[in-house]
Design a protein around this ligand. Structure first.
Ligand SMILES: *[C@@H]1O[C@H](CO)[C@@H](O)[C@H](O)[C@H]1NC(C)=O
Ligand SMILES: *[C@@H]1O[C@H](CO)[C@@H](O)[C@H](O)[C@H]1NC(C)=O
Ligand SMILES: *[C@@H]1O[C@H](CO)[C@@H](O)[C@H](O)[C@H]1NC(C)=O
Ligand SMILES: *[C@@H]1O[C@H](CO)[C@@H](O)[C@H](O)[C@H]1NC(C)=O
Ligand SMILES: *[C@@H]1O[C@H](CO)[C@@H](O)[C@H](O)[C@H]1NC(C)=O
Ligand SMILES: *[C@@H]1O[C@H](CO)[C@@H](O)[C@H](O)[C@H]1NC(C)=O
Ligand SMILES: *[C@@H]1O[C@H](CO)[C@@H](O)[C@H](O)[C@H]1NC(C)=O
Ligand SMILES: *[C@@H]1O[C@H](CO)[C@@H](O)[C@H](O)[C@H]1NC(C)=O
Ligand SMILES: *[C@@H]1O[C@H](CO)[C@@H](O)[C@H](O)[C@H]1NC(C)=O
Length: 521
């Protein structure tokens, strides 16, 4: 009888073979969260067994397929007057909860990636949460989709934009901790946030704006100062459109290879990685005339191509933002082109950057972005910074409240990041240090040579950064270096806390012991 009732109550759910005993994982057992400024519309809870998915932690390259058993709680709420509907998923391990809560960020224009990150976090024993911010979630999220940001042509949906900026992430912390407490009958001992890219930005926003939300924050490759770096990232596209010259992906790659060839050995190791970008002082123009091959045919790097590549490497000047480093794969975000069989090439539109300009600056998803004059481009850039920095700008370098709460934060940023210029993170961290010369006591930043956006690239990746953060928060064991593994050729390195810089000291370049942390020249 009980079993039948249970099956009925599961309403034909896929996981109808759930445990037959009454479970704590039900809406009648779990207390509805109390959220200031929020009104809970619905709470769903059901046990899920043998759920299997490919998953990873943000900013790692050693994920895999994990099978987990968890209590799947979905809290649906609105901010009264905002007409939004936000879904926060909280996944609670049925067995072997490690006593901690972990909130997970999203990326691009999404606040959460659902199962992609949740599954791994639950497999590690965390009670874990992800939010859709009121617009999108899960594996189906398209991180370049910004259609949600307009209520109608000409009108920004400021409420969803505030959810995206930081509010929904803080709500997720409040809801996640309360659900955890209610389900296990005791509070999480520690709470963490991990995120990369847009998720890294969410992490920084929490430390700046909601300093008591998390005890430990891992803010990786943060999309810092989104309101400026994103429209500024459209600059190479603007140059292409103005000059009507679209270099082929082979030519773009040809410039990258030429730069790597010229600068690789400047750091003492020939491994395809430019570890010290500041001394790689060649401009794209210096490579014009060098050979590259495309489909077996030899061509020369052109001056028109150099102008576009230089726009990606130098950035958009003092009105704009930094460029990316010269070993980054710029054909992904900054100079995305495709060529047809007859050899004519065109742009793929740089959607991550372009959609911001049309939706949030022109406030028209059909805006004729290809037709902007340079003056109009810089005007748009200025307008974006002016309008959105109070929402998404990482403008607060005073982290004293986070510090006073005992918070600890780690940021690392790949120097071969092809999406987000590492210099933005460096600039922010310099400001934090200026504000508090002792900031390393609670916030450390590490450069990751050769690492691409969040993962990938030739350089080793700090796959264990979350464990080092946990040791810092819980045992006051501060990370002197950040251990990085799984690089090309099975390299491992101990990344250096900024402003120290990794220097080759001799020996097998695959081993961490062959490098030291030295002062910057
Ligand atoms: C989960 O998988 C295990 C191992 O394959 C199996 O023994 C168990 O019956 C499964 N549980 C459920 C609820 O399906
Ligand atoms: C968790 O529950 C929600 C709401 O009932 C449901 O939409 C979702 O598919 C469930 N997730 C899993 C992995 O079962
Ligand atoms: C509230 O949101 C719904 C769904 O997005 C929409 O259909 C409705 O028009 C909105 N109401 C107001 C008053 O904006
Ligand atoms: C690059 O730096 C080197 C060494 O500091 C210097 O000799 C050279 O002139 C510089 N080249 C350019 C193009 O600035
Ligand atoms: C281009 O390649 C050809 C054949 O390998 C070589 O002879 C020539 O010097 C190269 N030119 C440049 C500018 O690298
Ligand atoms: C990054 O900042 C350094 C130091 O200020 C500067 O030398 C370098 O040119 C910048 N690089 C880019 C790509 O903007
Ligand atoms: C090359 O092909 C593209 C797409 O198929 C076409 O639009 C373009 O006109 C062609 N260009 C030439 C020069 O034939
Ligand atoms: C492009 O810009 C020119 C000059 O500003 C203008 O005359 C033309 O109508 C624009 N074209 C489109 C498609 O907006
Ligand atoms: C791998 O490392 C070894 C030892 O340092 C070196 O001899 C070899 O060239 C490296 N291979 C690659 C592909 O980098």
């Amino acid at each position: 009888m009980l079993f039948t009732q249970l099956i009925l109550s599961l309403g034909g759910a896929v996981f109808s073979h759930a445990a037959a005993a009454p479970t704590r994982c039900s809406p009648s057992f779990i207390t509805k969260p109390d959220l200031i400024g929020g009104s809970i519309l619905n709470l769903q809870a059901n046990e899920v067994h043998n759920y299997s998915a490919v998953s990873l932690a943000p900013g790692t390259n050693n994920g895999g397929r994990y099978t987990i058993n968890f209590c799947n709680v979905t809290v649906t709420y609105t901010h009264p007057g905002w007409n939004d509907t936000v879904n926060t998923q909280v996944w609670l391990p049925l067995d072997d909860w490690n006593g901690r809560f972990q909130g997970l960020g999203g990326g691009g224009y999404a606040t959460g990636f659902g199962s992609i990150y949740l599954t791994y976090a639950v497999a590690q024993g965390y009670s874990s949460a992800s939010t859709d911010g009121g617009f999108a979630t899960g594996a189906t999220v398209i991180p370049t989709d910004l259609s949600w940001a307009l209520s109608s042509k000409g009108n920004v949906n400021w409420f969803l934009f505030e959810n995206y900026a930081s509010k929904a992430t803080n709500d997720m912390a409040i809801i996640g901790k309360q659900i955890t407490n209610s389900y296990y009958g005791k509070a999480a001992k520690y709470s963490y946030f991990t995120g990369c890219s847009g998720g890294g930005r969410q992490g920084l926003m929490m430390a700046q704006t909601f300093p008591d939300a998390f005890d430990g924050i891992l803010a990786i490759s943060p999309a810092i100062n989104l309101e400026t770096f994103i429209p500024a990232g459209y600059w190479p596209e603007q140059v292409m459109n103005q000059n009507k010259y679209y270099p082929s992906p082979c030519e773009v790659e040809g410039f990258t290879k030429a730069a790597v060839k010229a600068c690789d050995r400047m750091d003492g190791v020939e491994d395809g990685i430019i570890s010290d970008p500041d001394i790689c002082n060649f401009t794209a123009y210096s490579f014009v005339g060098q050979n590259f091959t495309c489909n077996g045919i030899r061509h020369s790097l052109t001056a028109s191509g150099a102008q576009v590549v230089d726009a990606a490497w130098s950035g958009s000047g003092k009105e704009g933002w930094f460029g990316v480093n010269k070993d980054a794969a710029i054909s992904s975000y900054y100079v995305p082109t495709t060529c047809s069989g007859n050899g004519s090439c065109h742009s793929s539109g740089a959607p991550l950057f372009g959609k911001w300009v049309s939706n949030l600056v022109a406030k028209d998803s059909d805006f004729a972005i290809n037709n902007m004059t340079d003056a109009a481009f810089f005007k748009a850039l200025h307008a974006s910074t002016a309008q959105y920095s109070s929402f998404v700008g990482n403008v607060e370098s005073d982290l004293s409240s986070f510090k006073a709460n005992g918070g600890k934060m780690i940021t690392w940023h790949g120097l071969a990041d092809e999406a987000i210029p590492p210099n933005g993170t460096i600039k922010y961290y310099e400001e934090v240090l200026k504000n508090d010369p002792e900031a390393q006591d609670f916030y450390r930043f590490f450069e990751a040579p050769g690492v691409a956006h969040c993962y990938g690239g030739l350089g080793p990746i700090p796959n264990g950064a979350i464990s080092q953060l946990v040791a810092w928060v819980e045992k006051d064991d501060a990370p002197a270096t950040l251990h990085a593994t799984n690089g090309n050729n099975n390299t491992a390195r101990d990344l250096c806390p900024y402003p120290l810089q990794q220097k080759y000291a001799g020996g097998d370049a695959r081993k961490p012991a062959s490098f030291v942390c030295a002062r910057r020249a």
